[in-house]
Design a protein around this ligand. Structure first.
Ligand SMILES: [Zn+2]
Length: 284
């Protein structure tokens, strides 16, 4: 296990334990939350992610996926109606498949899981490069846009990866990031925890167990920390909005209502009161 002694975002060594399992640390300087101790090597992380991806393929349903990717495709189109797009951690290639129909794009993708690369090729006709982004070494200024959909929270060092993305983006290129929202009003169970803490029932929040329960998120971003992470790596934030992470074809009224309300609050106040967030950054 690797126990990180320094914040990956602001480099501060002033850290505190954040959750009850002791696997979530928080940087006292910038508020970045990350999993530590954690498995140490990139290979181990990618092995775990492959297990995750296999489960993902098992539950893969293109009909459901189309609805899920609708809003994300629209957000990419808003900034880029054409050009070379790289989807990092493309899974079975679903996002690229739906993006293809939306504009004149050259599609590229990376994926650590061999099973997913095969699924993308055979299932949707999408060709992906197998491996970790930093190891593939694309040439400088190769892409107009780089997309990471619920991938960024699995990466060992978010700033290192963003700097690599800045290198392979053309000047003024965009990065699109969707991650879970780990803020008080985004994370499920937070409000209940806040009440229990208030009445003295609980001292620390419980995150799912890192290994046993398959909580393979290495970073836990609030919107403000995600913004700072992008800025540290050389991006200016162009948009911070809600990610429709569930994308059910037919949402029950309360789910639909919650998403509509979150979108409205985002439009009026700029806040993200939802389970997942979607950021657009532009390379400075
Ligand atoms: Zn920090």
């Amino acid at each position: 296990m690797e126990d990180l002694k320094q914040c990956a975002v602001c480099q501060s060594k002033s850290l505190a334990v954040f959750d009850k399992t002791g696997h979530i640390k928080i940087c006292k300087e910038c508020g970045y939350k990350f999993t530590s101790p954690r498995i140490a090597t990139t290979k181990e992380i990618s092995d775990m992610d492959q297990k995750y991806e296999r489960e993902f393929i098992k539950g893969f349903d293109p009909a459901r996926a189309e609805h899920l990717y609708l809003r994300r495709v629209g957000l990419v189109r808003k900034y880029l109606s054409r050009g070379a797009i790289l989807d990092v951690g493309a899974g079975p290639g679903t996002f690229l498949y739906f993006l293809k129909a939306a504009g004149n794009y050259q599609l590229h993708g990376t994926e650590v899981s061999q099973a997913c690369v095969a699924c993308a090729k055979n299932g949707l006709g999408v060709l992906l490069d197998q491996g970790i982004l930093e190891a593939i070494r694309y040439p400088d200024a190769s892409f107009d846009g780089v997309v990471l959909l619920h991938v960024f929270e699995h990466l060992p060092d978010p700033v290192v990866t963003l700097r690599e993305i800045a290198r392979i983006l053309k000047p003024g290129g965009f990065v699109f990031i969707a991650v879970p929202n780990d803020s008080l009003l985004g994370r499920k169970g937070y409000l209940r925890y806040a009440l229990q803490k208030f009445v003295g029932m609980r001292k620390k929040l419980m995150y799912p167990d890192y290994v046993k329960e398959g909580n393979w998120h290495l970073s836990h971003f609030t919107p403000s920390v995600l913004r700072k992470t992008l800025e540290v790596a050389g991006f200016s934030v162009k948009e911070a909005t809600v990610d429709d992470a569930w994308g059910d074809i037919v949402k029950p009224w309360h789910k639909r209502g919650r998403l509509t309300l979150a979108l409205l609050m985002n439009k009026i106040f700029g806040c993200i009161l939802y389970d997942a967030q979607f950021f657009v950054g532009q390379k400075i």
